[in-house]
Design a protein around this ligand. Structure first.
Ligand SMILES: *Cc1c(COP(=O)(O)O)cnc(C)c1O
Length: 360
C-alpha cells in the first residue's frame, strides 16, 4: 500500500520532487563542483525563486545553513552581544532560548500557557534586549502567533532586531518580511524536501549589527559567520561544500509553487485546515489542542485524543496514512497532522473520513 506522510517534518515530499530528483541524477547535479559556474547558476536561481515566492523586500539576503537549528546558533553569535528576548510557547521556541543561554547570553523569555501564544498585552521587553525571537508556528503544540502581532511588536520595539521562525509555516505564512529583520526555516517541513538544508534570511540591519559586534572584538563564529556567508553569497557560493542537491531541489520546488500560485496554495491550506479542525471538534474522542481558533496553526494541526493517540496512529497507518505522535510529554495523548502544500484536498478529505469514523 502506498504511504502518505502527514508527519510534521520530515513529511511527504512535494509531489514534483521525484521528477526533479530524476532530472538531477540525469544531469549529474550531485557530482558538480560547488565552485563551478553551473553551481553558481543553480544558487542564483534558487535565491531568486525563493525571494519572489516569499516576496522579500529589497536588501533582504538569503543564506544557506545546514538546518534551522544552525540558524538559531548563527543568529545569537552574529546578532546578540549580551541579551536576547524569547517568546516561548513550546519545545522549538524553548530550544532557541536554551541555545542563547548555552552561548552565554542573558536570554530572557515570556512563557505562554501550553497550546497558546504569548499575548501582546502582557509583553514587557526591556530596552536592553537586542533581539526579540518569535516562533510563527510552534510545531510542537500547533499554536500560531497571529501575523498582526508582528506589527505591534515592530511598532513597540523599533530599535530591537526581530527574529522570526517560519520553519513549519512557509510558504503558507502571510508574513510581511519588512516587519522582521531575520527569518529562517528548514526545507523538510512545508516545502516537502529531504532534510539537510536551512534557509537564513537577513536584512541590512542584521549585517550592520554583525559587523559592529566584530569591530568590538566579539567572536561571531568561523566559516558560517554572517560576513563569511555573505562574502561567498556575493559570488553565488557557500563557504563549505554545501548540500548542492538540496539547493537545486529547493529552487525547482519554489518555481513549481510560484507557478501554482501562492494564493491557490493558501486557499487550499485554509480549506484543508478548516476541515481537519471541524473533524477534531466533531469526534467526541478528539479535540483541538489549541482552544482559541485565532491561535490555531493552519499547517500543523494538533488534536488531543481522549483514549490516547497510539491506537489511532496505528489505525491510520494501517490505511497508509502516517500521522505524527504528540511532541515530548504529549507523545501518547496528542496526534499531529501536517497540512502542507503537498497534501491534496482529496487526501485530507479521506483522512478526515477515517478520523470521523474512528471509534476506539
Ligand atoms: C523543525 C523545527 C525546527 C528545527 O528544524 P531543524 O531542521 O530540525 O533544525 C525549528 N523550529 C520549528 C518551529 C520547527 O518546527
Amino acid at each position: 500500500m502506498p504511504k502518505i506522510y502527514f508527519t510534521p517534518g520530515p513529511s511527504q515530499l512535494y509531489f514534483t520532487v521525484q521528477e526533479h530528483l530524476r532530472a538531477a541524477l540525469r544531469d549529474d547535479i550531485p557530482s558538480i563542483s560547488h565552485r563551478s559556474s553551473k553551481f553558481q547558476q543553480i544558487y542564483a536561481e534558487t535565491v531568486e525563486n525563493l525571494s519572489t515566492l516569499l516576496d522579500l523586500p529589497p536588501g533582504y539576503r538569503i543564506l544557506f545553513t545546514s538546518s534551522a537549528t544552525e540558524a538559531w546558533e548563527r543568529i545569537i553569535q552574529n546578532l546578540v552581544a549580551r541579551e536576547s528576548y524569547h517568546l516561548v510557547n513550546g519545545a522549538f521556541s524553548s530550544r532557541f532560548h536554551e541555545i542563547a543561554l548555552q552561548l552565554g547570553r542573558n536570554a530572557l523569555s515570556a512563557e505562554a500557557t501550553e497550546g497558546s501564544v504569548v499575548e501582546m498585552s502582557s509583553l514587557l521587553i526591556p530596552e536592553s534586549s537586542e533581539l526579540i525571537a518569535i516562533t510563527h508556528n510552534e510545531t510542537s503544540t500547533g499554536a500560531r502567533q497571529p501575523e498582526k502581532d508582528l506589527e505591534s511588536i515592530r511598532k513597540a520595539f523599533p530599535n530591537q532586531l526581530i527574529a522570526l521562525d517560519v520553519v513549519s509555516s512557509v510558504p503558507d505564512a502571510e508574513i510581511n518580511y519588512s516587519l522582521v529583520d531575520t527569518a529562517y526555516f528548514s526545507v523538510q517541513k512545508a516545502f516537502g524536501l529531504p532534510a539537510g538544508l536551512g534557509i537564513w534570511i537577513v536584512n541590512e540591519r542584521c549585517i550592520e549589527k554583525s559587523s559592529t559586534l566584530q569591530q568590538n572584538g566579539h567572536n561571531t563564529g568561523s566559516y558560517h559567520s554572517l560576513d563569511s556567508l555573505l562574502e561567498k553569497a556575493d559570488k553565488n557560493q557557500t563557504p563549505e561544500t554545501p548540500n548542492v542537491l538540496g539547493i537545486y531541489l529547493l529552487g525547482k520546488v519554489a518555481a513549481d509553487m510560484l507557478e501554482k500560485g501562492l494564493d491557490q496554495i493558501r486557499r487550499e491550506t485554509a480549506y484543508k485546515a478548516a476541515l481537519l479542525y471541524h473533524t477534531y471538534e466533531n469526534n467526541p474522542n478528539l479535540a483541538p489542542f489549541v482552544e482559541d481558533p485565532a491561535y490555531r496553526s493552519r499547517t500543523t494541526t494538533v488534536a488531543r485524543v481522549a483514549t490516547g493517540s497510539t491506537e489511532l496512529i496505528s489505525y491510520l497507518s494501517s490505511k497508509g496514512f502516517i500521522a505524527g505522535s504528540g511532541y515530548g510529554k504529549h507523545k501518547t495523548d496528542h496526534i499531529r497532522i501536517a497540512n502542507f502544500p503537498t497534501h491534496s484536498k482529496e487526501q485530507i478529505e479521506m483522512l478526515a473520513d477515517y478520523l470521523t469514523n474512528w471509534n476506539p
